[in-house]
Design a protein. Structure first.
Length: 259
């Protein structure tokens, strides 16, 4: 069980947002926290403390007026910690190698793989051909609909028809090195994690033995212990808004002991 920090970038700034509030129209999001420090500062901190697997997320669409500033901030983070960070946001087979060459250990992909509501295996194979499965993290970010979880794409705005079940992880395990799963309904709310989603992820890990990182809603050490108990310490976890680096109450100095 490892702590995996995050560096979320929106409109050129390191932020923590309420996940379900993100909208491409007008580059809008409900902000929990906007940092005065830049992305390279966070990356350098994680490098100093030898924390690997932090994910840098580009939250602006490629046609946004802020995209270039957000991408530049993301590249600055990669440059500050070569080989130590993963990056996601608009990744595809054509640009994935740019980020690997810039220092990312892995690229994190959702929308390119989940096209028209289903897994696009042609795109998935192109991605594997481009950078190798050892550099791929598949993001199965999930929102609840009709009492089930479904993968959502396009910065968590569009539902796919792919239900988040252990069977889906089994199908995709041979194409990636890790999974990242955001519980979008609780992301950024500091209201506690999604216990039913945690159970699915623990089962998925048991059936695939592929590392899985859960993100979303962690608000206390009790939540971390719940993840540890539910998964026998097999799931990794990310803390965003609840971390003191982002204005929250959970102390980074304590969380880094989970690495």
């Amino acid at each position: 069980m490892q702590f995996r920090p995050c560096i979320d970038i929106h409109n050129g700034k390191v932020k923590q947002i309420v996940g379900g509030s993100l909208s491409d129209e007008g580059n809008m999001a409900l902000d929990n926290f906007v940092s005065e420090k830049d992305s390279a500062w966070y990356a350098s901190l994680y490098k100093k403390d030898k924390i690997k697997g932090a994910h840098v997320i580009i939250l602006n669409a490629s046609d946004s007026e802020y995209f270039n500033a957000t991408k530049e901030a993301a590249l600055n983070a990669l440059n500050a910690y070569p080989g130590g960070l993963q990056i996601g946001g608009g990744i595809n087979a054509d640009n994935a190698h740019e980020y690997i060459d810039a220092g990312a250990s892995h690229v994190i992909v959702t929308s390119y793989v989940f096209k028209d509501g289903l897994v696009n295996y042609a795109n998935l194979n192109k991605l594997v051909d481009a950078v190798g499965k050892e550099h791929i993290v598949l993001d199965l970010s999930a929102r609840k609909k009709n009492n089930a979880f479904y993968v959502v794409t396009d910065r968590w705005q569009k539902f796919t028809g792919e239900e988040v079940t252990p069977d889906l992880f089994i199908k995709l395990a041979k194409y990636c090195d890790e999974f990242l799963v955001h519980g979008v309904d609780v992301e950024g709310k500091k209201s506690g994690l999604d216990k039913s989603l945690i159970k699915i992820l623990a089962d998925a890990y048991d059936k695939t033995n592929v590392p899985i990182t859960y993100a979303g809603g962690i608000a206390s050490t009790d939540d971390i212990e719940l993840i540890k108990k539910a998964s026998d310490g097999k799931l990794n976890f990310t803390i965003g808004s609840a971390l003191d680096l982002y204005g929250g109450n959970l102390k980074y100095i304590e969380m880094k002991e989970y690495t």
